[in-house]
Design a protein around this ligand. Sequence first.
Ligand code: PHE
Length: 353
Amino acid sequence: MGVTEELDRLYGEALGAIEAAGDLAGLDAVRVSVLGKKGSLTQVLKGLGALSAEERPIAGKVANEVRATIEQALESRKSLLEQDALAAQFTAQAVDVTLPGRGRPVGSRHLISAITAEVIEIFLGLGYQVAEGPQVELDYYNFTALNHTPQHPARAATDTFYVRDMTGKGFDGSVPSDALLRTHTSPVQVRAMEKQDPPIYILAPGRVYRRDIADPSHLPQFTQIEGLVVDEGITFADLKGTLDHVVKAIFGSERKTRFRPHFFPFTEPSAEVDVSCGICDGKGCRFCKQTGWLEILGCGMVDPNVFGYVDIDPERYTGFAFGLGIERIAALKYNIPDLRMLVEGDMRFLRQF
Ligand code: PHE
């Protein structure tokens, strides 16, 4: 076969293959097989040097035309395939703008967090600062420095969760043997007084734990807010005025407060505070068990023995402390019949607040 025939065959073959290429990768394979270093046309062009002087210019001219035409065919097939690819991509990624939107569930603050924030806000307005302490606490802070006797019933393993080393290896060797889950936020009082000299005006919100079985009025884990004031000339009247203000800010100015004598190891005198029942307006109903009052917090004047543990001079300073249960306040404010509803995570319930 002469070179021109060879070129002719090659030309027809190449155009056929270009036409048949279904995608860009296939087309590029055709280009390489024809025009590449070892391509069929390249081979022919390499052979031109061996031709006679008369044949060479003619064959060379034909070869160049063949190459130009093939290159053109490749180019136009390429742009066609590119358009196809783009169109396919558009179809695949098409957005149906008529589809209805997908609603996202709207979150909200949990009632306990919301009330905690609300109470903190009230006290920040009175000049208090927020303090924190660990939930895994030492017996010393939870009981001893709060003037609990060694045989105080709250220390019993039936009331308090003790953190015990079950590995026998002392965890990493650093777990103190008197670690427990704090049963109230009062240990933060001790930590604050250790760290800071009076005047002290702090508020300590946080989780506390008790070995109670969950029922409508008990949770093994709940939330308290502790308050502590230590300054010169602080009296029980300051405590009463402060708590009356706070209760009215939380429940409404028409509510009344009542202080009942009580006992706590770390305050003397101590009291429990009741708020007038919002359902019967203090007349007596089922909610308040016909008393007209609902208990909301414990409080008292800091016992001088506690000052002894933290080196504060009880002759110079006096102070008051209080602890309120947030779940209880939530229940009273919104008439929630069962505290467990606050921790079950049922969005139909929680979303209401
Ligand atoms: N820590 C007490 C409790 O949990 C409440 C309290 C706090 C009482 C501060 C007096 C002073 O019951």
